[in-house]
Write a protein that binds this ligand. Structure first.
Ligand SMILES: CC(C)(COP(=O)(O)OP(=O)(O)OC[C@H]1O[C@@H](n2cnc3c(N)ncnc32)[C@H](O)[C@@H]1OP(=O)(O)O)[C@@H](O)C(=O)NCCC(=O)NCCS
Length: 207
């Protein structure tokens, strides 16, 4: 089954009802509120998730998700069977049957401030670290460490976004948990390549 989620829906989703969905798990209202994605020319799909009854897609704060991304939460035909042709056993495609025939490697977890390029496919069981960049048209089959740019099919590491010390500082700062209004007022500290300026902002927030 393909679930199609909508940009506006992602932005304005009511966490009360949304958390009951089998697709997205919401642990924090801002998880969805601050994530955005593109729409196609028909103003329709933004994210497609190949669903499995048990696995979830969890998206951190401030994720940027481009058009036509697919999150393969399951849907792995059980190739250990003699045949992968599901309709032979269509009668058994109840929830229990689906769990036997359509396998998953687990939840997909997207960290904070992740940018996912056009037409990327993320396989089940994958964790994409905070601050990472997924290149357009990539297929992600392995976990992505924080602040790492990956690309290709299967995706390989292209480079780190920053040096190790800067990455540690960014992760420890947990800036995505700072009140959104404060972040907006200080956006110049974020839209900036000057780590010293960012450090000053964090130290002012913490003082
Ligand atoms: C990943 C990305 C950000 C890298 O941009 P960049 O820093 O300018 O990188 P470069 O073009 O200099 O390429 C760097 C390396 O990554 C490789 N690379 C770039 N894009 C790639 C892709 N989509 N898949 C695989 N490899 C890719 C290049 O071949 C190059 O490899 P090399 O070092 O072996 O020569 C960019 O290529 C990309 O995919 N952006 C996504 C755009 C998008 O989908 N936007 C949607 C609107 S939000």
């Amino acid at each position: 089954m393909i679930y199609t989620l909508y940009g506006e829906f992602l932005r304005n989703a009511n966490p009360e009802t949304y958390s009951k969905s089998s697709v997205l798990e919401i642990e924090d209202v801002s998880l969805v509120r601050f994530t955005y994605g593109g729409k196609d020319s028909n103003n329709n799909s933004v994210i497609q998730t190949e669903s499995h009854t048990t696995s979830k897609l969890k998206i951190g704060k401030y994720a940027s998700i481009a058009m036509e991304c697919t999150f393969m939460l399951g849907g792995n035909h059980n190739y250990s069977n003699i045949t992968t042709f599901l309709p032979f056993d269509i009668a058994d495609l109840s929830d229990e049957g689906r769990n036997l025939h359509l396998l998953t490697n687990g939840d997909i977890i997207i960290g904070h401030d992740v940018w996912i390029g056009n037409n990327a496919t993320i396989m089940s069981g994958i964790t994409i670290g905070t601050g990472s960049v997924i290149a357009a048209n990539s297929t992600i089959t392995k976990d992505v460490p924080p602040y790492t740019i990956v690309g290709g099919n299967p995706a390989k590491i292209i480079r780190k976004r920053f040096d190790d010390e800067t990455i540690s500082f960014l992760l420890e700062s947990k800036w995505w948990n700072i009140d959104r209004k404060i972040l907006e007022e200080n956006s110049k500290a974020l839209f900036n390549t000057d780590i010293q300026k960012f450090k000053k902002f964090i130290s002012e927030i913490n003082s």
